[in-house]
Design a protein around this ligand. Structure first.
Ligand code: GLN
Length: 201
């Protein structure tokens, strides 16, 4: 059974836990470095990225998460979580985790549409997937190796860079678990690749 952590410092944590359970995986609330032990994947939830960043510093989680990620831990960032993953944030001098080869812009949707729900067609995942946007960021540009999986009104809202998946919206606020299922598939692939590497040594 895959152990999937959810960073539980602030934001939409419970809903991710419910979806993880729905897929028969084991959820782990991550509040300290010890909770990162033996995870197969990690979700960075939505919330407020600057607040989550302060808490990551306070609980000394930023570097341990970055190191695990650089060693191959698959990470899925939703909304504020995508901002934490990005290599570059428009208007900011430095990134937070700086793991995913994308440039993001915070709060990119106008005031009247601060929150809205649409249905997206997502490459490799499916059609009519409900997506809730709440003061959402969008992906302004992606590096060469990054695969764009979905756009909303010409803006990139879901992308994959190696073992990192980032989306602008909140898939966990709907009943639809197809995006999380895709992340679990990524975990399986990464697991098999590292086993194959170990076996070839
Ligand atoms: N606007 C938030 C930020 O910039 C993200 C919003 C969200 O996660 N729903 O961090």
């Amino acid at each position: 059974m895959w152990r999937i952590g959810v960073l539980a410092l602030q934001g939409a944590v419970r809903e991710h836990i419910d979806q993880i359970e729905k897929l028969g995986c084991e959820p782990v609330l991550v509040k300290s470095v010890e909770d990162l032990k033996d995870l197969n994947g990690l979700i960075l939830p939505g919330g407020e990225s600057t607040t989550i960043r302060k808490l990551l510093d306070r609980y000394e989680l930023l570097n341990p998460i970055r190191t695990l990620a650089q060693n191959g831990l698959p990470i899925f960032g939703t909304c504020a979580g995508l901002i934490l993953l990005a290599d570059e944030i428009v208007g900011y001098e430095s990134p937070h985790l700086g793991l995913m080869d994308v440039v993001v812009e915070r709060n990119s949707y106008g005031r009247q549409v601060d929150s809205f729900e649409v249905e997206l067609s997502i490459k490799d995942i499916g059609e009519d997937i409900p997506a809730v946007f709440i003061r959402a960021p969008h992906i302004v540009s992606v590096g060469k190796e990054v695969e764009v999986l979905a756009k909303q009104d010409e803006r990139i809202v879901l992308a994959r860079d190696r073992h990192f998946l980032g989306c602008s919206f909140h898939p966990e606020l709907t009943e639809d678990v197809r995006i999380l299922k895709y992340f679990v598939e990524m975990i399986k692939q990464c697991h098999n690749t590292s086993l194959a590497k170990l076996n070839s040594i």
